[in-house]
Design a binder for this molecule. Sequence first.
Ligand code: HEM
Length: 416
Amino acid sequence: MAPDPDVSRCPVLDMTARDPHRQNVELRSAGPAVRVELPGGIIAWSVTRSSVIRALTGDPRISRDPRRHWPGLASVPEGWPMGPIAFQQNFFNLYGGEHRSARRRMAPSFAPRRVSALRPGIEKTTAALVGAFRTLGPGEAVDLRHALSRPLTMTVICDLFGVPADMRPPIGTAMDTLLTTTATNEQMTRSRAEINVVLTELLALKRRDPGPDLASDVAAVDTGDGTGRSEEESRDILFLMLGAGYETAVNLITSAVQALLAHPRHLAEVRAGTLGWEAVVEETLRYESPAMHLPLRYPLEDVDLGEGVVIRRGEPILLGFGAAGRDPEVHPERPDDFDPTRPDKEHLAFGYGPHFCLGAPLARLETEVALEGLFGAYPDSALDPSRPTPPRLESAIINGPAELWVVPTPALAAGV
Ligand code: HEM
């Protein structure tokens, strides 16, 4: 299908994400990039082919900075559902040398060696959360997203940043809304204002009473006298780290549990010791990437992608990292099947190039520990037969089950 120059006929990117993988198949087959309509009538180029995403993420002609490189920014409505991610003022949306130096300040805290030291704490939190399932009656189900994945990832990232207990629920609730792409502009504006209040309080607290935590480090660089970073940037760094730290990993854990319970053969292989948790985690990243379409990037000059597609300077680009893992050019064999035994599990779930996810080692560790903890205690767990198909999150940005009802079941005696 040749790309259609008439933007009035371009497909609408489904913000309800009812069937994201099907839409990705259509987008991928339409060309190396295809125009889609986003909320508010904003037109962007959707890129869902792995090779094109790789090329664009590493291309120095592509910026992330909307304030400098998106001429259309002025027409974006207040409370635009993709705005909280696209317009945050931190290194996520910086480009070139500015991005490198801003990212460098945070990166050492998430280096693999620092992260592996977190394992005992993550195991302890997991054990406490899984231990609480003991109070369930026989055959009783629990929503695993809300009883394990969410509190685990929230606790890990908030402990690292020294977020007091009373600030955690409002941060979590506002983040959830800000990643729901079906929320109204008013809900978005309200949630952004609410989270700003809490994060501003957090910065003030850490300036008054610093501790051995990462929010205190962020607050210390914001000197408030114009010589460090601005208050807004410091606040948005906390927004990025707390949001990225929890909203994605919660979906990786929940999707991994769902995939394993839907494919008990692979769970049996793990139990038999012929398959490692690491393989399950990587295959989940490929098969059900927690990050789907990430807004936005802007070319500094016209970029010719071939097949008659030229993205003009300043036209926004939406990279579909979550589509890359199922690209048949990369995985010609059964791209839509969950199979942790496949030798090549290549994916772009953590992005690619200079903005590659800072939290990848942490997300992998949390997920492995959660799976070990859950299936170590409840190896014969099963999906709740009365709720086998969970609703999906309504988000074109984040991908995962909105809930997952599981019956935690200890090892059944052989022959039972
Ligand atoms: C399964 C879990 C996760 C997934 C799928 C994921 C996915 C991604 C992706 C796709 C990007 C690249 C964005 C782009 O280039 O447009 C990214 C960037 C980022 N992620 Fe993650 N992430 C996860 C967990 C985490 C965690 C736990 C943290 C925090 C500790 C984190 C922090 C970040 C940061 C700070 C960036 C921005 C890096 C930059 O712009 O230089 N992520 N993530």
